[in-house]
Ligand binder design. Structure first.
Ligand code: MN
Length: 511
């Protein structure tokens, strides 16, 4: 059982962190969760501590770590929102409230509107730190999913696979994404999981000897060529991503060259190319498999050199070469740029603002307008970015301040869309200021044509009540109910207006 009194791991992250704040949040959460138990039988407090530890490991600031410690206090203990806000201030309370709201969004329809639900998550989180806390909350919940009652497990695992892992991916947090997927995989697809696990184990057994040999030879050669501070790691492909690749390759694992790969991490870009030269002088590369993602980063900002070589003993091995900085970006994505440590200690503000452009390039993925010309392996062109991304980027070209960056990032690009639910959990995506009439017509014209009344979040409201983010809207219909001229004033969407006009004409012709 983890030691719940171990507060040091929350503190040793960035130097200069507000230790008093973290300690206060720690003690507050510990007090209010006392006596509560997890499904595993462990004290509940372990959960917020583990969540906060993950955040500290990512180098997040004290505010975020404190919010991580407190994230379940309002929802699950007797503490009032007012008291929490009074004790910890507006900013932390805002983060806790955001995490709680996201927790209430349940993924109900399998494969239905997953994309809208992901957007809803982003829209409702308003501050990327909310998402980052929520993702780390989910990570610990997935790590302890075996203790959760069976009937809940599948929904939680499915949500993780369909919503949380893709969000982590879009934030460039590939390490977290891989962990979440592999934790969910056995619950969602148990048979496929077993099959992939066995295939991967066999395959890795075959290649491990040759990988070790290659590693040894590379180390000698790098020493000879005076490439210093090299780190060579074995990277084993995550099982869920292997599964998806196997599905594409007719389950022929021989066609997959990166089930395990060697990862070479060096100090600077010129060492990347020198290392690639050394690799190719020792082993013959497979034609068409040399990829320069440093000159041409992937649309999500990923940078590395990839090559696949004939190891000489019949095995084929992938090798990835990158700098330490590229490695951190690839593993931690946006969080590697938001970390407090980074801003305080690196002193490389100019470097950060250069990196900002790729962070900005992640954002349109959430917005409806995707940047054009970002096909696989193609560089992201600043010209293809929506205006607001460029404006955001311009604000930050001089100095990069993570705090300010986050404030600007309150996903205001979402303020023009509203995401609401049907009682069945389907997400309906509408422009702002829409009425229940618009909501009804965007489900089906038949429903729209016979609206008799509406409940929003369980309460009867008038037909001109504007729909807000996260509302659950229940439309009541009656056969005898028909559109009136007044509906035209209440409707905002073209679809609704067109149908209402059509229905009014028909009614006039009959009369
Ligand atoms: Mn939680």
């Amino acid at each position: 059982m983890p030691n719940v009194n171990d507060i040091t791991s929350l503190m040793n992250s960035p130097s200069g962190i507000d230790k008093a704040l973290v300690a206060k949040a720690f003690n507050f959460a510990k007090l209010h969760h006392s006596g509560q138990k997890r499904f595993s039988g462990d004290p509940y407090f372990i959960h917020p501590v583990e969540t906060a530890k993950n955040l500290a490991r990512l180098g997040m600031d004290a505010t975020t770590i404190a919010a991580g410690l407190l994230h379940d206090v309002v929802e699950d203990t007797g503490v009032s929102p007012e008291e929490t806000e009074k004790e910890f201030g507006k900013e932390i309370f805002f983060l806790i409230e955001g995490v709680t709201k996201l927790g209430n969004l349940k993924y109900r329809g399998l494969e239905r509107h997953t994309e809208s639900l992901q957007k809803l998550f982003v829209a409702m989180s308003q501050d990327l730190r909310v998402l980052i806390i929520k993702l780390n909350d989910r990570l610990h919940n997935m790590q302890t999913l075996e203790f959760v009652p069976e009937e809940k497990r599948l929904r939680i695992a499915m949500e993780t696979l369909e919503i949380y892992a893709p969000l982590a991916d879009r934030l460039g947090m590939s390490k977290l994404k891989g962990e979440l997927e592999d934790l969910a995989f056995p619950y969602v697809y148990p048979q496929q999981f077993e099959k992939v696990k066995v295939a991967a184990e066999e395959r890795n057994l075959e290649t491990s000897a040759s990988l070790e040999k290659i590693e040894k030879q590379l180390k000698e050669e790098f020493a000879k060529e005076k490439i210093q501070n090299v780190k060579i790691d074995l990277r084993v492909k995550h099982l869920y991503s292997l599964y998806k690749k196997l599905e594409r390759k007719d389950w022929d694992i021989e066609k997959i060259y990166d089930t395990s790969a060697l990862r070479i991490v060096v100090t600077n870009i010129s060492d990347c190319y020198r290392a690639l030269g050394i690799v190719h002088s020792l082993w013959r590369p497979l034609p068409g498999r040399i990829k320069d993602y440093i000159a041409f980063p992937k649309p999500n900002g990923y940078k590395s050199l990839h090559t696949t070589i004939f190891a000489g003993d019949g095995t084929i091995v992938e090798i990835q070469i990158r700098t330490r900085e590229m490695h951190r970006d690839a593993e931690f994505g946006i969080t590697s740029h938001l970390s407090y440590k980074e801003a305080r200690n690196s002193g490389k503000v100019g470097q950060l603002s250069k990196n900002f452009l790729w962070i900005a390039s992640l954002l349109p993925i959430f917005a409806t307008a995707k940047p054009k010309g970002t096909g696989d392996g193609m560089p992201v062109q600043a010209d293809d970015m929506p205006l607001w991304v460029k404006q955001l980027a311009e604000i930050h070209t001089e100095t990069f301040n993570p705090k300010e960056f986050l404030d600007n990032l309150k996903t205001d690009f979402f303020e023009h869309r509203v995401f609401a639910f049907t009682p069945q959990g389907d997400v309906i995506d509408l422009p702002i200021h829409c009425s229940p009439i618009d909501f009804a017509y965007s489900i089906h014209s038949d429903i729209g044509d016979h609206v008799a009344g509406v409940k929003v979040n369980g309460k009867l409201v008038s037909l001109d009540t504007p729909i807000k983010n996260g509302d659950i809207v229940e439309i009541m219909t009656k056969k005898s109910s028909h559109p009136t001229a007044k509906w035209l004033e209440m409707a905002k969407t073209t679809v609704a207006k067109r149908h209402i006009r059509g229905a009014l004409e028909k009614l006039n012709n009959i009369n």
